[in-house]
Design a protein around this ligand. Sequence first.
Ligand SMILES: *Cc1c(COP(=O)(O)O)cnc(C)c1O
Length: 411
Amino acid sequence: MIIKKNIDDFAIFGGQPSFKEVLHVGRPNIGNKERLLQRISDVVDRGWLTNSGPCVEELEKGLQELLAVRHCDCMCNATDALQLAMRAMEMSGEVIVPAFTFIATAHAVQWLGFTPVFCDVDPLTHTIDPARVVELITPRTTGIVGVHLWGQPCNIEALEDIAKRHDLKLLFDAAHAFNCSWRGRMIGNFGGAEVFSFHATKFFNTFEGGALATNNEELAWRAQRMRNFGFVGMDRTDALGTNAKMSEASASMGLTNLESLPHFIETNRRNYIAYRRGFEGITGIRMLEYDSAEKRNYQYIVLEIDDSQTVLSRDAIRDIFWAENILARRYFYPGCHRMQPYASNLTNIPGHLPVTEKLAHSVLVLPTGTSVTVDQVEVICGILRLAAARGGDVARRLGAVRTAPRLAAQA
Ligand SMILES: *Cc1c(COP(=O)(O)O)cnc(C)c1O
């Protein structure tokens, strides 16, 4: 680890990178390896590899207890779980989704043959803006999919109210929000259902995986059947189904990681506090703050770089970090509405999504998780402080003073 004292030492100007090994966003949090291998060994000995085996059953029980929810059914991934949920809820036609989210939220809607209608987000929380949702409702609208981005709950109260008044189904993509709460109640309990992702890069992983949480018996029953081809007995299906089951190997990882959950949270929180201290008071740079009165997983360190106030653009800062082997990531760039197959659809007119447009060009996400130490965080913060303090010189040397990525991308 090399601490940079001068911009001449920056790797982008020919210096040694700060880190020998690349720091990634979303490196997996993995619990006790011996316990994982023991569980997988037991799975192999049992010869029961999938189809609601004992590990999946035990994991579902653990998740239900943790979230204090009646059903939390494990699935092969969150994208399939979203599709199952929407089908089980009988959505159709148009479904309102935020434009600032991972593309899977929109793809899940489109894959079912429905139309995702892109909605703008709140500039502070980055979650779907209820005031904009109302404007997008048409006679064809059947549902809303809110996304608890970065583990911050949507404005659940306003969305539940809209859904009720307009007779719409409400589903939450809670891919980021495992072990998070809203008003003291765990995410998993809201809307018609909520879907978690247990993908390798998420706070809590099962290699690949996800879960559908709900307190609605009928909905849970439908989703359980759908995930196993619609089977209700040995030789009988009673509806259309697919294959969205979680394997026992995945559940073994889930059970093991569940045991380390307090450690994951504490490590992320420690890094988050170090980042917050390290970035304090840099003009034009805001770090997303988590509500300390609620449960959070602190999995995302999110910077907003307002290039009307900084000399260096978000992309220039990213380039500086990359040269130092810090793989800071733009997120949800350039926005779902600008990605295919949606970009070709003229109804998704950019400019109607000013907050999404702005965030897609200002958000930068930094590495954290159990593979990142506080010492490393301090080095990362030091680089940005130095770059910001000498912004004019850095920009001149980069030959890119005040690049305007927004305009460049649209040109
Ligand atoms: C990761 C993610 C998904 C997809 O999850 P998978 O388990 O990989 O299918 C969906 N929505 C959001 C917001 C995500 O971040």
